[in-house]
Design a protein around this ligand. Structure first.
Ligand code: GLC
Length: 722
């Protein structure tokens, strides 16, 4: 890396530490005391009988609250709280980041990134993940988990792709929905974020995502809509970015859709420092400003009330949404800390390990160089990510791995090596690397390069690529372990190496998990939740990602709040529309490096004997697909059967195919299981802006079954009649 880039990285780090240190208040800024909390509960129950509905109870408390207190509660408190009021028996409600576990809460489980959760394609496991994070919230006295983040992967550059679930709206919706159910199952409030079209962190307060209504509904809304309508999420966090020129926290188009079209009744909260006015967000439907009452305060709101520009009814409705949502989860009726739950327990850590095992993706395995066999006696570990392997990107989502739980790639691979195996950390050109039986090259990004509030390059640092090429030149048995939160450039080196494993950022499991995979103790089953392209210009959004003249700059744009002048909004038009990822590649025949849904295994599978329950359905009828999956290899493993739907004729243009169901199945060698999936007219529909609704047209549809978007092994057709 050039001196300039190094200097840039150092400056970034300082900038980022300064940005995040101000938000990294130690947990428990508000002291918890169960004695005091139990007394508050008694007080609350005098005012609002717990046998009444959450809404009735909220009305009773509101009837007691002064105007000042009703204004105060919608303004956030101590950066991570909803303020409590002893006189009404309401304790402080604590929030914490985020999807991968509890940030700034001492010894907790640091999960693999959300993108790794997406790569597992395992609904049950992601429910269990959410449930485990909820257990740690209860143990630590956190009531609100500021996750999951579900923003769609539009470009690999986005500094926060690692916090989200990939490019496909159905996959993101299904898995984040399970995560939300897991969180709320234990009375913890989930907050689905960042609403909406937050697909870059570059200049995030000013870069407007300009997205047409059909693209919003087919690509960027679905994970949020599923969270609201199917997973019952209790809170939605609006994004920093403007949408179609209006900041998300005051955007009547998107908040109106959320509340009025989807029927959301929970808390609409703003991202931290993403409110820029008092009146506009208030009337647009924002319920809670965070991290404090910068705009939602008496000084601003009382004059608006007196002028009749806003009403007490509107204010009370916001307070009611906050209180009734907390009542619905039992938050005000229990002490914050529950010692029946534990954080960082072996049970919790085992769930994180399972996510890592099932999310690591084997992308290339020439001549079955992996798994390492007993013939391998010399293993060279090369590259800048071998030691102190990054466990996370940098930002609000990061979780600290306890010191005594840190295992980097070198340590993990060395610790798991068999008897008499010589494992050394060496240079790519050393005699040892030249003569080793296998060379692992550990490269990629880190929290210093892939972080919140800025975007990254697609290419890995050039010195990393040089290390790959040097190692491969000296030894053909070279395997690359990629540390990154999304896609990277591969075309310049992929043909030089024998193996490639995408390891993302694995949280605490890191070196142990990758050792389990490369030694074959675990058979990889991860599948790409996004497309990896050969050339940057193959990306459908590549020509629209940054408008003319805007260059990626390394210095994160500090949150320029408050001033409209400094916050001059500029526009990014999502001209690729619905043709994102495989929807683009499969429709316009652009061959990717690795396709959406792709991932290798150490065994092989057959997907056959697909059958449909009918050849024609109509109206709201659903159709059932059954298909046999056989493990035709000699090692147990899991396969993900993916179901894509193709509309053979439609009034509007449509992608060649779209993911509409999937099932992951574990099989012993030789075992066959029958997998059943159903689809209904929702899976056949497209959004028609002309009628502002989803439309399923009569006609022929194809159901395509395979283990990736491009490896389709069974195709069936049926007719749908409206
Ligand atoms: C951050 C993030 C958001 C996080 C919040 C609180 O800036 O955008 O994801 O939950 O602020 O830390």
């Amino acid at each position: 890396m050039s001196i300039k880039k190094k200097l840039g990285s150092i400056v970034i780090s300082l900038a980022m530490i300064s940005i995040f240190s101000c938000v990294n208040l130690d947990a428990g800024a508000v002291q918890k005391n169960s004695e005091r909390e139990l007394a508050l509960i008694d007080k609350l129950h005098e005012i609002a009988d717990p046998s009444l509905s959450p809404e009735q109870r909220a009305d009773l408390v509101i009837s007691k609250m002064s105007l000042e207190d009703r204004i105060r509660i919608i303004g956030g408190y101590q950066r991570f709280y909803i303020k409590g009021f002893a006189e009404y028996g309401l304790r402080d409600v604590e929030m914490a980041d985020a999807t991968m576990g509890l940030r700034n809460h001492g010894r907790v489980t640091a999960f693999p990134m959300a993108i790794v959760m997406a790569s597992t394609w395992n609904r049950d496991l992601i429910f269990q993940t959410g449930n485990t994070v909820a257990k740690e919230c209860r143990a630590k006295g956190v009531d609100v988990l500021l996750g999951p983040g579900v923003n769609i992967y539009r470009v690999p550059n986005n500094g926060r792709n690692y916090e989200y679930f990939g490019e496909d709206p159905y996959l993101a919706a299904q898995l984040s929905g399970e995560y939300i159910k897991g969180i709320q199952d234990l009375g913890i409030m989930a907050v689905v974020k960042h609403f909406v079209a937050d697909n870059s962190d570059f200049d995030r307060h000013r870069m407007s995502s300009d997205v047409d209504e059909r693209t919003l509904n087919e690509i960027y809304y679905p994970a949020f809509k599923n969270a609201v309508q199917n997973a019952g999420v209790k809170s939605v966090m609006t994004a920093y970015n403007p949408v179609n020129g209006v900041s998300a926290s005051e955007n009547t188009q998107i908040i109106g859709t959320l509340n009025n079209k989807w029927g959301f009744k929970g808390i609409v909260m703003a991202d931290w420092e993403s409110v820029y006015n008092a009146y506009e967000p208030f009337v647009a439907g924002l319920d809670l400003e965070m991290p404090g009452p910068r705009f939602f305060n008496a000084k601003n709101l009382i004059p608006l009330l007196e002028e009749g520009k806003i009403t007490e009814e509107q204010l009370n409705n916001k307070v009611k949404r906050i209180l009734s949502t907390c009542f619905s989860l039992g938050i005000y009726d229990r002490p914050a800390v529950d010692s029946n739950f534990a954080a960082h327990s072996d049970e919790n850590r085992a769930v994180a390990m399972k996510v890592a095992h099932e999310g690591i993706i084997l992308l290339k395995n020439k001549d079955n160089i992996l798994p390492v066999t007993e013939k391998v006696k010399k293993i060279a570990i090369v590259g800048p990510r071998a030691k102190n392997t990054p466990s996370t990107g940098f930002g609000a989502g990061m979780v600290t791995v306890p010191e005594d739980a840190k295992v980097d790639f070198y340590t993990g691979i060395k610790a798991a090596a068999g008897e008499g195996v010589d494992v050394r950390k060496v240079g790519a050109s050393s005699k040892f690397a030249r003569e080793a039986d296998v060379v692992f090259v550990c490269v990629g990004f880190s929290g210093w390069l892939e972080m919140e509030s800025m975007d990254r390059d697609w290419e890995m640092p050039s010195s990393h690529v040089r290390t790959i090429k040097r190692a491969a030149k000296n030894n053909p048995n070279t395997v690359v372990l990629i540390t990154a939160g999304g896609g990277v450039e591969t075309e310049s080196w992929i043909n030089d190496v024998a193996g490639v494993v995408h390891t993302f950022y694995l949280g605490e499991p890191r070196g142990t998990a990758i050792a389990d995979i490369i030694y074959g103790d675990v058979n990889p089953s991860g599948k790409l939740p996004y497309t990896m392209v050969k050339r940057y210009e193959d990306l459908p959004a590549s020509e629209y990602y940054l408008p003319e003249g805007k260059k990626l700059f390394r210095f994160p744009r500090l949150a320029l709040n408050g001033s409209k002048v400094l916050r001059k909004i500029w526009h990014v038009e999502y001209k690729e529309g619905i043709y994102l990822g495989y929807r683009h590649h499969d429709t316009f025949n652009v061959a990717p490096q690795f396709e959406f849904g792709f991932g290798l295994s150490y065994t092989t599978f057959d997907i056959k004997n697909a059958k449909l329950s009918a050849t024609e359905i109509s109206g709201d009828q659903s159709i059932t697909v059954t298909v046999d999956v056989t493990n035709t290899g000699d090692r147990a493993g899991s396969e993900v059967v993916q179901l894509y739907v193709a509309d053979k004729e439609s009034s509007l243009d449509r992608p060649a195919q779209e993911l509409k169901n999937f099932e992951k199945v574990f099989l012993e060698p030789g075992e066959t299981k029958s997998v059943t999936m159903t689809i209904s007219k929702d899976a056949l529909s497209y959004f028609d802006p002309a009628v502002d609704s989803w439309v399923a047209e009569s006609g022929e549809f194809e159901i395509r079954l395979g283990n990736s978007s491009r490896n389709i092994s069974q195709t069936l057709t049926f007719n749908y009649k409206k």
